[in-house]
Design a protein around this ligand. Structure first.
Ligand SMILES: Cc1cc2nc3c(=O)[nH]c(=O)nc-3n(C[C@H](O)[C@H](O)[C@H](O)COP(=O)(O)OP(=O)(O)OC[C@H]3O[C@@H](n4cnc5c(N)ncnc54)[C@H](O)[C@@H]3O)c2cc1C
Length: 471
């Protein structure tokens, strides 16, 4: 018997947008706002029912600090986001001037308001399925740079093609760029990706008691409103003895101590957000739906063990309960496009700068390896990068996938080696890459028939500075 696949019809919408943003996550939401503020008609297409991606739906509540010489390196729209979060009580500033902690539920609202106020549109509960390609066959072996003329999406309305002039692929996994023919890499030299984590919160915590207990354990805390505590086997945490007791009592598994980290959350008194559990190594590919499903299940089981541990061993948590299992498993790294430039570890360690820079980074290489308990921070050595006023830059070329002319890929799928990606992937860099991509996309749609390589990057940099950026 011969089986044939059904041909699935889609209808093409009559509208066309200047800029289609595939994935309204950390980079994509900001990209949509920036493009709309540049005068483009913008549609952000998002699989979930809210913006913010990993920052909101995977509950990655702190923006990792990215400071050099006393300056936050990510400004522009990131500054506006923080100010709006603080104004509504969903962000905070600790005594050290750290303004990076936020309430993800507030972040969803702020991003949505900023996008809509800027004239952008959003389509939720919609999955980008495939690009519609147009290109010229130059010879039997060679096709000139192709461009995407529409995105086929799926939602409760069925399959539809949404036409657009420029596409920002901010899916985190380069779904569009790869389907459009762009090359990509994934994982380390053996193809093993960084570990996933399923973040969760504990609500009903007596944070004052927990704070004094942690202080008594030598884990200094600013206040019950600004707490950060951790335990990783063999790293000298004062909580290690308690974890050992938890394992011996059968409450925890050994691997539950591979990475444990808790933060308080602005605007959510009595709630602690956890950057764990780390998912078992066999599920390490966040672009594989079976791994994602396994990760979600494995993560929820581990959350229940950690909750039982906290209730039994951490004073102040006796009556705590799970506030949320993050709806989205936290994926650190999957596909990284092959762009016009690939950022490397050497670029980082040598503090390389670029004439077409769109972002500055001082956050270090930070690999959550699923191979073992070790969190590798390659901070050792005398590389210039480790000076407190050092930084390296990310070139515009790193968000341009080869083989396609009208697609930009800001965010964690930008063109970078495995090591370099682990440094540049933090949220504020995704914002800044997204902001650059948004402005560039709007200009490419308006002036250059969608060609994102026709942009004068010096003018883009000047525009980013005029909007408060630090490039
Ligand atoms: C567990 C964990 C802890 C981390 N800790 C920190 C931290 O403390 N501080 C920090 O700054 N960074 C941290 N990071 C890194 C940072 O959060 C991410 O690298 C960053 O948020 C990724 O942003 P992005 O825009 O590339 O992707 P995302 O924010 O994941 O956005 C992708 C969006 O695209 C949508 N999408 C995907 N595919 C499709 C599709 N086909 N159709 C429609 N929509 C689609 C998704 O729903 C999502 O909204 C952490 C990451 C993880 C996973």
């Amino acid at each position: 018997m011969t089986l044939s696949a059904p041909t699935l019809p889609y209808r093409t919408l009559e509208r066309q947008w200047d800029v289609l943003v595939a994935g309204g996550g950390t980079a994509g939401a900001v990209a949509g706002i920036a493009a709309a503020r540049s005068g483009a008609s913008v549609l952000v297409i998002e699989a979930f029912g809210s913006l913010g991606g990993t920052g909101t739906n995977a509950w990655v509540t702190p923006l990792m600090r990215n400071v050099s010489g006393g300056h936050n390196l990510n400004r522009g729209l990131t500054d506006e986001l923080k100010a709006r979060l603080i104004a509504r009580g969903d962000g905070g500033i600790d005594k050290g001037g750290n303004d990076n902690w936020f309430n993800p539920e507030g972040m969803k609202v702020v991003l949505e308001q900023m996008l809509l106020e800027s004239g952008g549109e959003v389509l939720y509960h919609t999955h980008v399925v495939a690009p519609v390609m147009q290109g010229q066959q130059v010879s039997a072996r060679h096709v000139s740079a192709q461009h995407v003329s529409a995105l086929v999406v799926h939602n409760k309305g069925g399959l539809q093609a949404l036409p657009g002039r420029v596409v920002i692929d901010s899916t985190g996994d380069a779904d569009v760029a790869v389907a459009a023919g762009a090359g990509f890499h994934g994982g380390d030299a053996d193809g093993i990706h960084q570990a996933m984590s399923l973040r969760f919160t504990l609500a009903g915590v007596d944070t004052a008691r927990l704070c004094s207990f942690l202080r008594s354990q030598g884990q200094g805390q600013e206040s019950p409103d600004f707490m950060h505590f951790w335990m990783v086997w063999g790293k000298g945490s004062t909580l290690e003895g308690l974890f050992r007791q938890g394992v011996e009592a059968g409450v925890l598994q050994e691997r539950d101590g591979d990475y444990f980290q808790g933060f308080s959350v602005p605007g959510r008194p009595g709630e602690i957000s956890f950057n764990c559990p780390r998912i078992r190594a066999e599920y390490n590919d966040g672009a594989n739906p079976w791994h994602l499903t396994g990760a979600q299940i494995d993560g929820r089981e581990a959350v229940d063990r950690l909750t039982a541990f906290c209730r039994a061993f951490l004073p102040g948590c006796e009556s705590a309960f799970v506030g949320t299992y993050a709806p989205m498993v936290g994926v650190r790294e999957t596909r990284r496009i092959v762009g016009d430039y690939t950022l490397t570890l050497e670029d980082i360690l040598d503090c390389r700068t670029f004439a077409d820079s769109i972002c500055r980074n001082h956050y270090p290489v930070d690999i959550h390896s699923p191979r073992g308990a070790k969190l590798i921070h390659e901070r050792e050595g005398s590389a210039p990068y480790f000076a407190p006023d050092a930084f390296h830059e990310i070139p515009y070329r790193a968000i341009l996938p080869q083989q396609v002319s009208n697609v930009l890929v800001p965010g964690r799928a930008a063109s970078s080696s495995f090591e370099a990606q682990s440094a540049i992937r933090v949220q504020q860099n995704c914002h800044t890459m997204g902001e650059a991509a948004g402005i560039a996309a709007a200009w490419a749609a308006r002036d250059f028939g969608g060609d994102v390589r026709a942009i004068d990057v010096a003018v883009l940099q000047a525009e980013m500075r005029a909007r408060g950026g630090y490039v």
